[in-house]
Design a protein around this ligand. Structure first.
Ligand code: 8Y7
Length: 273
């Protein structure tokens, strides 16, 4: 049982992290959940559908996205975190790379830091450790604005694993407990379809490190490319990918479609036991 700022996250079986995106240009929701009442409605539905945690982010990380100034990110994220934390019993994850946003979000009730930069911003690692909440360390090659231009690896699985292990060790040295460090290969973040497929096929190389593993493939272009489908038609493909990840030992699946994903990971896990 992970303590997420007073709320528990039980990772003894795979769980689903519901995606609440509040950036106007967000990846596949097109900004539909930008207003606070709409964000609350969407969150209520995800909790009702079985989300174990909700992920809130105010900094678009879609390929090609520009940086968001810290004031704007604070303005977007903090009121949403506050509203959700006061209404729902599940932990709230804050998707940010900025120490100021981490600090304000945790003060507003957030219980997990989901950082696509794996706490590499100056001061982020030390701050996250001082906040005493679990962290998710994600691998990304390059920066969102340019990462899909020309991703290159000698051995993508080894490079992602080595990077995450180095970041996890740095977190442990800063005082974060092993169980509170989630690792994420960062599907789609500076990776071609072939890289994403290798990472998913060999996900056991990551889960075998002994840290809980989170994956996010919901509606992503890797699914779209395999199926030749637009974002709105990637549910079944996303579920297949989630099942593969859970069979390889992933314990948290970040997804837009909570109920179908809960069912898929529950079946995958029931068979694995
Ligand atoms: C991921 C993520 C995104 C992911 C983690 C999208 C914020 C792009 N993807 N965080 N964030 N893992 N940990 O399509 O794969 O949702 S944004």
């Amino acid at each position: 049982m992970l303590d997420c700022n007073g709320r528990s996250l039980d990772l003894s079986a795979p769980r689903v992290m519901g995606i609440l995106n509040i950036t106007p240009d967000s990846f596949s929701d097109g900004g539909r959940f930008f207003s606070l009442p709409a964000a609350i409605d969407q969150a209520a539905r995800m909790v009702e559908e079985g989300a174990a945690i909700l992920d809130v982010g105010g900094e678009s990380t879609r390929p090609g996205a520009a940086d968001v100034p810290v004031e704007q990110e604070l303005e977007r994220v903090v009121p949403v975190v506050e509203a959700l934390a006061s209404r729902f019993p599940v932990p709230i994850s804050v998707d940010t790379s900025k120490p100021a946003v981490m600090e304000a979000a945790v003060a507003a009730g957030a219980g997990l830091i989901n950082d696509v930069q794996a706490l590499r911003a100056p001061g982020a690692l030390e701050l996250a450790a001082s906040l005493k909440v679990p962290v998710c360390l994600m691998h990304m090659q390059g920066k969102p604005r340019t990462m899909q231009a020309n991703p290159q690896y000698q051995d993508v699985v080894a490079e992602v694993r080595d990077f995450l292990l180095e970041r996890a060790k740095a977190c442990e040295a800063a005082g974060i407990r092993r169980e509170a460090i989630l690792l994420d290969p960062g599907f789609g973040f500076g990776k071609t379809l072939a890289h994403n497929c290798r990472l998913l096929d060999q996900l056991d190389q990551l889960t075998s490190l002994g840290y809980p593993v989170l994956v996010g493939m919901s509606r992503k272009s890797m699914i779209g490319a395999m199926l030749d489908r637009p974002t709105g038609e990637r549910l079944y493909g996303s579920l297949a990918a989630a099942v593969i990840a859970v069979r390889a030992g992933a314990v948290l699946v970040r997804a837009h479609d909570v109920r179908p994903t809960v069912d898929a990971v529950t079946v995958a896990h029931a068979v694995s036991r």
